[in-house]
Design a protein around this ligand. Structure first.
Ligand SMILES: [Zn+2]
Ligand SMILES: [Zn+2]
Length: 288
């Protein structure tokens, strides 16, 4: 089993050093992991900042931790990743950062839309209260489209993250109503060789992973080349949360394998049936 999206204490919003997350992986039977800390950091004024010098120093240091983790956990595949927040004014710094630091895997994310953080903090309510579902979700998917046009990463993280709080304001959404926004994004991803992830942090929020099953089906049909899976956990005690649901979702959407990246190249795959076997074993262990 793999977890290609989690944060440790080198993310402004993460907890515990990498080695504690490695212990949690071993305990859960997860064998291939990639730590994907946020590139940007939370400044003293509460705003996110992306300073090239700071990021370079921090991620070279995370790379040291990854090497230490490989020594201490020889049976665990540990990789260095990063999660980039798409903002047009940051892309130059991100392009330089990813050219200098030897990352294994780079996620691209949209958390900010029209100056509002739709995934947390106080501005999310202002964003949703001032918009209909249609305008909020359409704006989000257009920001995703702009990020994919930039393309300085390997896979799109939490494709429909807007539902995290959107579902509280509007209830569940129907991906088909946004297909005219979503389909062009998927086609650009396929053309550029960008993958998609199943992000299982949605299981504890809107109740289902990101993205919805239909989007995973359309992604496969559009030729999006790879699927990864990650929990987006920020603490060791939630390291494997939602992986069971995520694996079953991948299968129901018709995907047959999960991809592992090394040095930003899709280097190996795991047959989804193996991941399903892991999930079934975990389900039976957790049954009362
Ligand atoms: Zn994110
Ligand atoms: Zn994340």
């Amino acid at each position: 089993m793999i977890n290609f999206h989690f944060h440790d204490d080198r993310s402004s919003d993460g907890e515990a050093p990498l080695l504690r997350h490695c212990e949690a992986a071993v305990e859960a039977g997860v064998t291939e992991i990639c730590v994907t800390n946020h590139a940007e950091i939370l400044g003293p004024d509460g705003s996110w900042q992306a300073d090239l010098e700071e990021m370079r120093a921090r991620f070279f240091s995370v790379g040291e931790s990854v090497r230490e983790a490989r020594r201490l956990f020889p049976d665990l595949g540990v990789r260095l990743g990063i999660e980039l927040e798409y903002r047009p004014e940051w892309t130059d710094a991100f392009d330089r950062l990813t050219a200098e630091v030897p990352f294994d895997f780079v996620l691209g994310s949209v958390h900010m839309v029209d100056g509002f953080n739709v995934s947390g903090g106080s501005s999310k309510d202002l964003f949703f209260e001032g918009r209909t579902q249609e305008s909020a979700y359409s704006e989000y998917f257009r920001a995703l489209d702009a990020m994919v046009q930039w393309g300085g990463f390997d896979a799109v993280a939490h494709f429909d993250l807007v539902k995290r709080y959107g579902h509280r304001h509007y209830g569940p959404y129907e991906p088909a109503a946004y297909r005219h926004e979503i389909q062009p994004v998927l086609e650009k991803m396929a053309a550029r060789g960008l993958g998609i992830e199943i992000n299982t942090s949605g299981v504890s929020g809107p109740g289902v992973p990101y993205p919805e099953r239909e989007i995973l089906v359309w992604a496969r049909q559009a030729g999006v080349p790879t699927l990864t899976i990650g929990t987006d956990s920020h603490r060791p005690d939630s390291f494997a949360d939602g992986l069971v649901e995520g694996v079953l979702l991948a299968r129901s959407a018709g995907w047959e394998e999960l991809t592992l990246y090394d040095r930003r190249i899709p280097a190996a795959t795991i047959a989804l049936e193996r991941a399903v076997a892991w999930a079934e074993g975990r389900n039976s262990r957790e049954a009362p």
